[in-house]
Design a protein around this ligand. Structure first.
Ligand SMILES: Nc1nc2c(ncn2[C@@H]2O[C@H](COP(=O)(O)OP(=O)(O)OP(=O)(O)O)[C@@H](O)[C@H]2O)c(=O)[nH]1
Ligand SMILES: [Mg+2]
Length: 499
């Protein structure tokens, strides 16, 4: 069984190396900008998060919304490549988070494990692949303008009896150190209740003192709100909040208020989508016309220096391969390696003169000045900077395949030079002489151009007009993996072996 280079394994390893480098570059920092979700117990704070992020949170990692009092520790939602739940030690929004434990299941508040953690010191952190949690230009607080994580924080509900945190001064957890906005959640049936009124006033007092990105910003969510009452309740909630806000001595225009009335139990798909869209739009409004947050890999690829774009290089490769193939095609015309030449036309010349004549005729036939220039065309080396995340893929797949493709062409050129120096006045039939030495290497050189790899290079030219560079990279990597797998399969299938 003849062996072939295991390009599938090589390509997979190169893709892993690419992923690792991309990962390293996209280590996001924690920003200190937050949006806390506050309200009475069982108001629907946790359910709100679940409705917003249902597509990216694995069921095990999320608290079960129930009528029991659920939330004990603050739960920070933020961005992560993959969903991950951890217990972290973090006293304030500006303190560094220390990971205490990674969890495979959301802890129940009665779990023994859970009892060891203190609400003032520990938080749960659930990272999910939701790009809205990335602040492309930083948190607006620190000087740095690098992408940072935004936090949406689910807080324990008030009145939840046994919790020290819920019963402590509410201002400790109601507002963050630096707020994008605050989200207040209330059950429609409790909107006018006395306790809620007091809590809401306490909350607005905290809100008026809190530090915001621009001005005070509140997203007010009324849950358990029957669809037919939503318009009415929306107005009532709005005037209710504004009246209390003014009672505290504030002006109406000092608060940006958005009210959303929902019943999470009675939403169809469209209403759900609309709710999500409205909520995010309201919450993120203070960030202004920031670019839509992109997946960090995508954003990184968009920021690659111009010379890192591999597409012009692929065009260059195609042009140069085309030229190399043209040389090869001209190297033998109508089955004659030196078209129209025979010993009769070389009569009277010595060996050196014969060889020089043949060489000149052959170079003219090919359209080149020297063997060296042909040799250069057959040794295609296009480099990529070593710090480029695709460098390993480029060297171990693309460049290696190019070398493999052109090796028989180089061998053919060497064979030609060797067979040329063997010609002398005693050579009987010049064409037979060349055919005997060159037919096989020529056939091999030419056959190599008819390969899945050259098809890949041709197909890659379609990516030149692709406006999203990340799509071009992803397509190319996928094609390379398919091509590797195909080459291997084809190689073994030819020998009757199926892998
Ligand atoms: N039908 C309906 N059920 C809701 C709605 N909002 C919340 N719920 C349910 O009400 C219960 C309490 O909701 P949670 O989201 O756990 O309440 P919470 O505010 O996080 O409560 P704590 O964590 O105890 O402070 C859960 O069973 C939710 O599924 C709603 O709009 N409609
Ligand atoms: Mg909760």
């Amino acid at each position: 069984m003849s062996k072939t280079t295991n390009y599938t394994a090589i390509t997979v390893a190169a893709l892993q190396s690419f992923a690792k480098k991309m990962e390293k570059e996209t280590q996001l920092k924690d920003g200190c900008l937050t949006a806390r979700i506050v309200g009475e117990f069982s108001a629907g704070k946790t359910r709100l998060l679940k409705e917003l992020l249902n597509e990216v949170i694995p069921a095990d990692l999320f608290p079960v919304s129930s009528i029991e009092r659920q939330t004990k520790l603050q739960l920070e939602m933020t961005y992560g490549e993959q969903a991950e739940l951890t217990v972290i030690e973090r006293e304030a929004d500006y303190s560094e988070a220390k990971v205490v434990k990674k969890l495979s299941k959301f802890p129940h508040r009665e779990d023994k494990d859970c009892q060891d953690y203190q609400p003032e010191k520990h938080r749960l952190r659930l990272s999910v692949p939701e790009p809205r949690f990335i602040l492309p230009e930083g948190d607006g607080y620190s000087e740095e303008k690098v992408p940072m994580r935004l936090f949406l924080i689910d807080t324990p509900g008030w009145n939840s009896g046994e919790d020290d945190i819920a019963e402590s001064d509410a201002s400790d957890i109601m507002a963050g150190h630096h707020n994008l906005g605050l989200v207040y959640v209330t059950d429609a049936s409790r909107l006018d209740g006395k306790t809620n009124q007091q809590r809401l006033t306490d909350f607005l007092e905290v809100l008026q003192e809190a530090d915001f990105l621009s001005e005070a910003h509140l997203v007010f969510v009324v849950t358990h709100c029957p669809p037919q009452e939503q318009v009415k309740l929306r107005k009532r909630a709005e005037s209710h909040v504004l009246a209390l806000w003014k009672e505290l001595g504030n002006e109406e225009d000092e608060l940006t208020l958005h009210v959303l009335c929902v019943d999470f139990g009675q939403m169809n798909k469209e209403q759900h989508q609309q709710f999500k869209q409205d909520f995010w739009q309201y919450l993120l409004a203070p960030l202004g016309a920031q670019k839509t947050p992109l997946n960090p890999w995508v954003s990184q690829i968009h920021h690659w220096p111009k010379e890192w774009d591999i597409r012009p290089k692929l065009s260059d490769i195609q042009t140069r391969l085309h030229k190399a193939k043209q040389f090869l095609e001209r190297a033998c015309i109508e089955q004659e390696f030196v078209k129209g030449m025979n010993m009769y036309r070389l009569l009277g010349l010595n060996a050196a003169e014969i060889q020089k004549r043949i060489k000149d005729v052959w170079l003219r036939q090919i359209g080149e000045q020297s063997f060296e220039s042909i040799s250069v065309a057959f040794k295609l080396h296009i480099s990529l900077p070593s710090e480029h995340p695709l460098a390993d893929w480029w060297n171990s797949y693309l460049q290696a395949k190019l070398n493999e493709l052109l090796k028989p062409s180089q061998d053919f050129l060497i064979s030609f030079e060797k067979s040329l120096v063997a010609v002398n006045p005693q050579t009987e039939d010049l064409q037979k002489h060349f055919t005997a030495h060159l037919a096989l290497p020529y056939k091999q050189a030419l056959a190599n151009f008819d390969s899945s790899f050259t098809r890949l290079i041709d197909t890659a030219q379609l990516l030149v007009n692709e406006t999203a560079p990340e799509k071009a990279v992803a397509t190319l990597l996928t094609l390379s993996l398919l091509e590797s797998r195909y080459t291997e399969h084809y190689h073994y299938a030819q020998q009757g072996i199926f892998v």
